[in-house]
Design a binder for this molecule. Structure first.
Ligand code: HMH
Length: 274
Protein backbone atom coordinates (compact mmCIF):
# COMPACT_ATOMS: atom_id res chain seq x y z
CA UNK A 1 0.00 0.00 0.00
CA UNK A 2 1.36 3.47 -0.85
CA UNK A 3 1.71 6.01 1.94
CA UNK A 4 -1.06 8.06 0.41
CA UNK A 5 -3.39 5.08 0.39
CA UNK A 6 -2.48 4.34 3.98
CA UNK A 7 -3.13 7.92 5.04
CA UNK A 8 -6.49 7.89 3.27
CA UNK A 9 -7.38 4.64 5.03
CA UNK A 10 -6.46 6.15 8.38
CA UNK A 11 -8.65 9.16 7.66
CA UNK A 12 -11.56 6.90 6.84
CA UNK A 13 -11.02 4.86 9.97
CA UNK A 14 -10.94 8.11 12.00
CA UNK A 15 -14.53 8.80 11.07
CA UNK A 16 -15.82 5.81 12.98
CA UNK A 17 -14.69 7.16 16.33
CA UNK A 18 -13.68 10.45 17.79
CA UNK A 19 -11.51 8.73 20.39
CA UNK A 20 -9.24 7.45 17.65
CA UNK A 21 -8.42 10.93 16.40
CA UNK A 22 -5.37 11.58 18.53
CA UNK A 23 -3.83 8.21 17.86
CA UNK A 24 -4.45 8.41 14.13
CA UNK A 25 -3.07 11.91 13.85
CA UNK A 26 0.07 10.49 15.45
CA UNK A 27 0.12 7.59 13.00
CA UNK A 28 -0.25 9.93 10.07
CA UNK A 29 2.54 12.10 11.47
CA UNK A 30 4.73 9.02 11.73
CA UNK A 31 3.92 7.97 8.18
CA UNK A 32 4.66 11.41 6.82
CA UNK A 33 7.88 11.63 8.82
CA UNK A 34 8.97 8.22 7.59
CA UNK A 35 8.12 8.96 3.98
CA UNK A 36 10.23 12.12 4.17
CA UNK A 37 13.09 10.48 5.98
CA UNK A 38 15.19 8.98 3.22
CA UNK A 39 18.74 9.07 4.44
CA UNK A 40 17.68 8.96 8.08
CA UNK A 41 19.12 6.00 9.98
CA UNK A 42 16.93 3.12 11.16
CA UNK A 43 17.75 4.09 14.74
CA UNK A 44 16.51 7.62 14.25
CA UNK A 45 13.37 6.31 12.57
CA UNK A 46 12.72 4.08 15.55
CA UNK A 47 13.16 7.01 17.94
CA UNK A 48 10.66 9.02 15.95
CA UNK A 49 8.16 6.17 16.20
CA UNK A 50 8.66 5.84 19.93
CA UNK A 51 8.03 9.54 20.46
CA UNK A 52 4.70 9.17 18.69
CA UNK A 53 3.74 6.04 20.66
CA UNK A 54 0.22 4.88 19.83
CA UNK A 55 -2.25 4.39 22.66
CA UNK A 56 -2.93 0.72 23.34
CA UNK A 57 -6.18 -0.91 22.23
CA UNK A 58 -7.61 -0.95 25.77
CA UNK A 59 -6.73 2.74 26.25
CA UNK A 60 -8.56 3.57 23.04
CA UNK A 61 -11.66 1.61 24.13
CA UNK A 62 -11.72 3.06 27.63
CA UNK A 63 -11.61 6.56 26.16
CA UNK A 64 -14.22 5.80 23.56
CA UNK A 65 -16.61 3.95 25.90
CA UNK A 66 -15.94 5.89 29.12
CA UNK A 67 -19.62 6.55 29.84
CA UNK A 68 -20.66 2.92 29.47
CA UNK A 69 -17.65 1.76 31.49
CA UNK A 70 -18.39 4.21 34.30
CA UNK A 71 -21.97 2.95 34.26
CA UNK A 72 -20.55 -0.38 35.46
CA UNK A 73 -17.79 0.85 37.80
CA UNK A 74 -19.80 3.72 39.34
CA UNK A 75 -23.15 1.98 39.54
CA UNK A 76 -25.61 3.21 42.23
CA UNK A 77 -25.14 -0.13 44.06
CA UNK A 78 -21.38 0.49 44.28
CA UNK A 79 -21.89 4.14 45.25
CA UNK A 80 -24.28 3.02 48.00
CA UNK A 81 -21.62 0.68 49.41
CA UNK A 82 -19.11 3.53 49.32
CA UNK A 83 -21.39 6.02 51.07
CA UNK A 84 -22.82 3.50 53.53
CA UNK A 85 -26.44 3.79 52.38
CA UNK A 86 -26.50 0.27 50.91
CA UNK A 87 -29.54 -1.84 51.54
CA UNK A 88 -28.41 -5.04 53.23
CA UNK A 89 -31.02 -7.16 51.49
CA UNK A 90 -29.50 -6.00 48.17
CA UNK A 91 -26.06 -6.93 49.41
CA UNK A 92 -27.27 -10.38 50.42
CA UNK A 93 -28.92 -10.84 47.04
CA UNK A 94 -25.66 -9.87 45.34
CA UNK A 95 -23.71 -12.29 47.57
CA UNK A 96 -25.85 -15.32 46.70
CA UNK A 97 -26.01 -14.50 43.00
CA UNK A 98 -22.29 -13.80 42.71
CA UNK A 99 -21.47 -17.14 44.29
CA UNK A 100 -23.34 -18.80 41.43
CA UNK A 101 -21.63 -16.56 38.90
CA UNK A 102 -18.16 -17.31 40.25
CA UNK A 103 -18.82 -21.03 40.01
CA UNK A 104 -19.60 -20.64 36.30
CA UNK A 105 -16.61 -18.40 35.94
CA UNK A 106 -14.22 -21.26 36.84
CA UNK A 107 -14.77 -23.40 33.69
CA UNK A 108 -14.65 -20.21 31.62
CA UNK A 109 -11.22 -19.32 33.01
CA UNK A 110 -10.14 -22.95 32.53
CA UNK A 111 -11.09 -22.68 28.84
CA UNK A 112 -8.92 -19.57 28.55
CA UNK A 113 -6.05 -21.39 30.20
CA UNK A 114 -6.32 -24.12 27.53
CA UNK A 115 -6.50 -21.58 24.73
CA UNK A 116 -3.46 -19.78 26.08
CA UNK A 117 -1.45 -23.01 25.98
CA UNK A 118 -2.46 -23.60 22.37
CA UNK A 119 -2.61 -20.09 20.95
CA UNK A 120 -0.47 -17.74 23.01
CA UNK A 121 3.04 -16.93 21.88
CA UNK A 122 3.89 -15.80 25.39
CA UNK A 123 4.48 -18.51 27.97
CA UNK A 124 4.04 -16.12 30.91
CA UNK A 125 0.32 -15.72 30.11
CA UNK A 126 -0.26 -19.12 31.68
CA UNK A 127 1.01 -18.03 35.10
CA UNK A 128 -1.23 -14.98 35.15
CA UNK A 129 -4.32 -17.04 34.26
CA UNK A 130 -3.37 -19.79 36.72
CA UNK A 131 -3.02 -17.11 39.41
CA UNK A 132 -6.54 -16.01 38.53
CA UNK A 133 -7.82 -19.56 38.97
CA UNK A 134 -6.11 -19.83 42.35
CA UNK A 135 -7.76 -16.63 43.50
CA UNK A 136 -11.15 -17.99 42.37
CA UNK A 137 -10.60 -20.95 44.65
CA UNK A 138 -10.09 -18.53 47.56
CA UNK A 139 -13.07 -16.54 46.42
CA UNK A 140 -15.42 -19.53 46.51
CA UNK A 141 -14.38 -20.30 50.07
CA UNK A 142 -14.74 -16.65 50.99
CA UNK A 143 -18.30 -16.62 49.59
CA UNK A 144 -19.23 -19.63 51.71
CA UNK A 145 -17.86 -18.01 54.82
CA UNK A 146 -19.45 -14.64 54.07
CA UNK A 147 -22.81 -16.24 53.29
CA UNK A 148 -22.87 -17.95 56.65
CA UNK A 149 -22.08 -14.61 58.37
CA UNK A 150 -24.99 -12.96 56.57
CA UNK A 151 -27.30 -15.97 56.96
CA UNK A 152 -27.58 -16.50 53.20
CA UNK A 153 -28.26 -20.11 52.26
CA UNK A 154 -26.18 -20.74 49.14
CA UNK A 155 -27.87 -24.05 48.38
CA UNK A 156 -31.26 -22.38 47.95
CA UNK A 157 -30.21 -19.43 45.78
CA UNK A 158 -32.22 -19.31 42.55
CA UNK A 159 -30.23 -17.70 39.75
CA UNK A 160 -31.98 -14.56 38.48
CA UNK A 161 -32.34 -13.58 34.83
CA UNK A 162 -29.36 -11.25 34.65
CA UNK A 163 -27.19 -13.94 36.19
CA UNK A 164 -28.48 -16.70 33.91
CA UNK A 165 -27.83 -14.48 30.88
CA UNK A 166 -24.34 -13.61 32.06
CA UNK A 167 -23.50 -17.30 32.66
CA UNK A 168 -24.82 -18.18 29.17
CA UNK A 169 -22.61 -15.48 27.75
CA UNK A 170 -19.59 -17.03 29.51
CA UNK A 171 -20.54 -20.39 28.09
CA UNK A 172 -20.71 -18.97 24.55
CA UNK A 173 -17.19 -17.64 25.03
CA UNK A 174 -15.93 -21.13 25.84
CA UNK A 175 -16.57 -22.28 22.28
CA UNK A 176 -13.42 -23.28 20.35
CA UNK A 177 -14.47 -20.77 17.68
CA UNK A 178 -13.75 -17.91 20.04
CA UNK A 179 -10.16 -16.78 19.63
CA UNK A 180 -7.88 -16.65 22.68
CA UNK A 181 -7.47 -12.88 22.26
CA UNK A 182 -11.25 -12.33 22.30
CA UNK A 183 -11.82 -14.60 25.32
CA UNK A 184 -9.02 -13.03 27.34
CA UNK A 185 -10.43 -9.59 26.55
CA UNK A 186 -13.72 -10.59 28.18
CA UNK A 187 -11.82 -12.12 31.11
CA UNK A 188 -9.87 -8.90 31.68
CA UNK A 189 -13.02 -6.75 31.44
CA UNK A 190 -14.92 -8.95 33.93
CA UNK A 191 -12.13 -8.71 36.51
CA UNK A 192 -11.39 -5.03 35.81
CA UNK A 193 -14.98 -3.88 36.42
CA UNK A 194 -14.98 -5.45 39.90
CA UNK A 195 -11.49 -4.17 40.64
CA UNK A 196 -12.33 -0.58 39.67
CA UNK A 197 -15.73 -0.65 41.37
CA UNK A 198 -14.47 -1.85 44.74
CA UNK A 199 -11.25 0.19 44.56
CA UNK A 200 -13.51 3.23 44.14
CA UNK A 201 -15.39 2.24 47.31
CA UNK A 202 -12.07 2.24 49.19
CA UNK A 203 -10.92 5.67 47.95
CA UNK A 204 -10.64 8.45 50.51
CA UNK A 205 -13.82 9.85 51.97
CA UNK A 206 -15.76 6.57 52.03
CA UNK A 207 -18.24 5.47 54.71
CA UNK A 208 -18.27 1.74 53.93
CA UNK A 209 -20.28 -0.22 56.51
CA UNK A 210 -17.78 -2.16 58.57
CA UNK A 211 -19.38 -5.49 57.57
CA UNK A 212 -18.63 -4.76 53.91
CA UNK A 213 -15.04 -3.56 54.29
CA UNK A 214 -13.67 -7.05 53.54
CA UNK A 215 -15.74 -7.36 50.38
CA UNK A 216 -14.32 -4.09 49.07
CA UNK A 217 -10.79 -5.14 49.93
CA UNK A 218 -11.18 -8.51 48.22
CA UNK A 219 -11.42 -6.87 44.80
CA UNK A 220 -10.14 -3.38 45.56
CA UNK A 221 -6.73 -4.34 47.00
CA UNK A 222 -3.48 -3.44 45.24
CA UNK A 223 -2.59 -7.07 44.48
CA UNK A 224 -5.84 -7.61 42.61
CA UNK A 225 -5.16 -4.32 40.81
CA UNK A 226 -1.74 -5.59 39.69
CA UNK A 227 -3.30 -8.86 38.49
CA UNK A 228 -5.87 -6.92 36.42
CA UNK A 229 -3.06 -4.83 34.96
CA UNK A 230 -1.24 -8.04 33.93
CA UNK A 231 -4.42 -9.25 32.22
CA UNK A 232 -4.77 -5.91 30.48
CA UNK A 233 -1.16 -6.08 29.24
CA UNK A 234 -1.85 -9.54 27.81
CA UNK A 235 -4.94 -8.19 26.02
CA UNK A 236 -3.04 -5.24 24.56
CA UNK A 237 -0.20 -7.47 23.49
CA UNK A 238 -2.54 -9.99 21.80
CA UNK A 239 -4.65 -7.36 20.07
CA UNK A 240 -1.66 -5.43 18.83
CA UNK A 241 -0.88 -8.46 16.66
CA UNK A 242 -4.50 -9.36 15.81
CA UNK A 243 -6.40 -8.63 12.59
CA UNK A 244 -8.81 -5.64 12.54
CA UNK A 245 -11.71 -8.14 12.47
CA UNK A 246 -10.56 -9.83 15.66
CA UNK A 247 -9.95 -6.45 17.34
CA UNK A 248 -13.52 -5.37 16.47
CA UNK A 249 -14.91 -8.66 17.73
CA UNK A 250 -13.01 -8.22 20.99
CA UNK A 251 -14.40 -4.67 21.33
CA UNK A 252 -17.96 -5.98 20.92
CA UNK A 253 -17.35 -8.55 23.67
CA UNK A 254 -15.76 -5.91 25.89
CA UNK A 255 -18.96 -3.84 25.58
CA UNK A 256 -21.12 -6.91 26.25
CA UNK A 257 -19.24 -7.53 29.49
CA UNK A 258 -19.85 -3.94 30.55
CA UNK A 259 -23.59 -4.35 29.83
CA UNK A 260 -23.82 -7.65 31.70
CA UNK A 261 -22.06 -6.10 34.69
CA UNK A 262 -24.56 -3.22 34.78
CA UNK A 263 -27.43 -5.72 34.61
CA UNK A 264 -25.86 -7.74 37.40
CA UNK A 265 -25.69 -4.67 39.67
CA UNK A 266 -29.28 -3.73 38.72
CA UNK A 267 -30.39 -7.21 39.69
CA UNK A 268 -28.56 -6.92 43.01
CA UNK A 269 -30.26 -3.61 43.80
CA UNK A 270 -33.53 -5.38 43.07
CA UNK A 271 -34.69 -3.59 39.95
CA UNK A 272 -34.35 -6.46 37.52
CA UNK A 273 -37.24 -8.72 36.68
CA UNK A 274 -37.17 -11.80 38.88
C1 HMH B 1 -20.61 -10.47 38.20
N1 HMH B 1 -18.28 -9.90 37.74
C2 HMH B 1 -19.15 -10.55 38.53
N2 HMH B 1 -18.74 -11.24 39.58
C3 HMH B 1 -17.42 -11.32 39.87
N3 HMH B 1 -17.03 -12.02 40.97
C4 HMH B 1 -16.48 -10.65 39.06
C5 HMH B 1 -16.97 -9.95 38.00
C6 HMH B 1 -15.00 -10.66 39.34
O1 HMH B 1 -14.47 -11.88 39.60
Amino acid sequence: MSHLAEITWLHLSCDTTSALHIHDVHSVATLITNSCSDGVSENQKQNMEEQTAKPTVTETWLRKHRLQYNGATRHPFILSIRDGSVNFSSFKRWLGQDYIFVRSFVPFVASILMKSCKESSDESDMEVILGGMASLNDEINWFRNEASKFHVSLTSVVPQNANVNYCKFLESLMSPEIEYSVAITAFWAIEAVYQESFAHCLEEGNSIPQELQETCERWGNAGFGAYCKSLRDIVDHCLQKASPEVVSKAEVFFLSVVEHEVEFWNMSVGEASM
